[in-house]
Design a protein around this ligand. Structure first.
Ligand SMILES: Nc1ncnc2c1ncn2[C@@H]1O[C@H](COP(=O)(O)OP(=O)(O)OP(=O)(O)O)[C@@H](O)[C@H]1O
Ligand SMILES: [Mg+2]
Length: 286
């Protein structure tokens, strides 16, 4: 895999902020992966996304996009990227179709927005004023807006926040389709179920600093207590016993139990991503 974004020692503060919001972060995003930026509220995730999409420019450090300094790219950079902002922004007096037509007019490449709206269960709302949309409808339309220039890289800031599980599933499937077609995704989310279903690698951000990049599965192994819990029946009734996953195949007691008794359940003890989030970020106030 090649490196798509290479972020080195990124430091940023807003004109009005008293201290640095990003405190020298470094990470890479590989081409063709779904990369998750996770962290508690106020950590600096949306700020990082805004810098990567060239909305905020006054930063220190270096960002390379496809091997070239991001600062050297002109407007053609916007042809490459699709952005789903944290707060959906549309013209309320215009219909969904008119909104999409307007935003599409900025780009050379286009995607069939009507087909995408239909996939997102917005078929009946295409000619409705966006001001009459529910919150979840606006979030879905925001996703269409991110895709409308058929981008190479998709930036999604909490793409499933505030929508129902069925529509969230549709969005996640569309994100996975996008990846299958070779696209790269930079996603920010608080929903660990999204991370589990989508992300190849994640990085945790706390107070403007980041940890090491890791695959969700590896994090679970690293933080998991790696125990196996067996529930089984013996003459006295239901019993429950825990074993270390390590060398389980040679654990006589375990082997004895599974060969002699009726097993009710066996579970491996894995720490959930929610627990890992709290451990890593110390975010008890989330
Ligand atoms: N325009 C601004 N001017 C000054 N400070 C800002 C501005 N926008 C954001 N901040 C501050 O920067 C910090 C990081 O904000 P950011 O929006 O990047 O957080 P986040 O990680 O995306 O949080 P959330 O999960 O709540 O979306 C916060 O302390 C916030 O108050
Ligand atoms: Mg944010």
């Amino acid at each position: 895999m090649s490196v798509l974004f290479d972020v080195r020692n990124l430091v940023f503060r807003y004109p009005k902020s008293k201290e640095d919001i990003l405190k020298g972060i470094s990470f890479t995003v590989e081409t063709g992966q779904i990369f998750g930026l996770l962290g508690p509220s106020g950590a600096g995730k949306s700020t990082t996304q805004k810098i990567l999409i060239k909305i905020l420019n006054n930063y220190q450090g270096e960002i390379f996009y496809r091997g070239k300094d991001l600062r050297t790219y002109d407007k053609s950079f916007y042809e490459d990227i699709g952005v789903g902002f944290e707060m959906p922004v549309h013209f309320n007096k215009l219909t969904a179709r008119e909104n999409m037509k307007y935003f599409a007019s900025f780009y050379q490449r286009h995607l069939d927005c009507v087909a995408l709206m239909e996939k997102l269960n917005l078929a009946d709302a295409i000619d409705m004023e966006v001001g009459q949309f529910s919150k979840g409808m606006k979030v879905r339309l925001n996703f269409v807006r991110a895709m409308l220039n058929n981008p190479r890289v998709l930036f999604l800031d909490e793409p499933t926040a505030g929508i129902d599980p069925a529509n969230a599933r549709i969005i996640k499937d569309l994100i996975l389709d996008f990846k299958k077609r070779g696209g790269t995704v930079f996603i920010t989310t608080h929903l660990m179920s999204d991370v589990e279903q989508l992300c190849d690698e994640v990085i945790f951000m706390t107070d403007g600093m980041v940890g090491k990049k890791a695959a969700p599965r590896d994090l679970k192994i690293q933080y998991g207590n790696r125990l196996v819990t067996v529930e089984y029946y013996d003459d006295a009734g239901l019993r429950r016993q825990q074993f270390d996953l390590k060398d389980l195949g040679h654990n006589r007691n375990f082997l004895d139990i599974i060969s002699r008794y009726d097993i009710e359940t066996i579970h491996s003890g894995e720490t959930s991503l929610e627990e890992i989030f709290i451990i890593v970020t110390g975010a008890n106030n989330e």
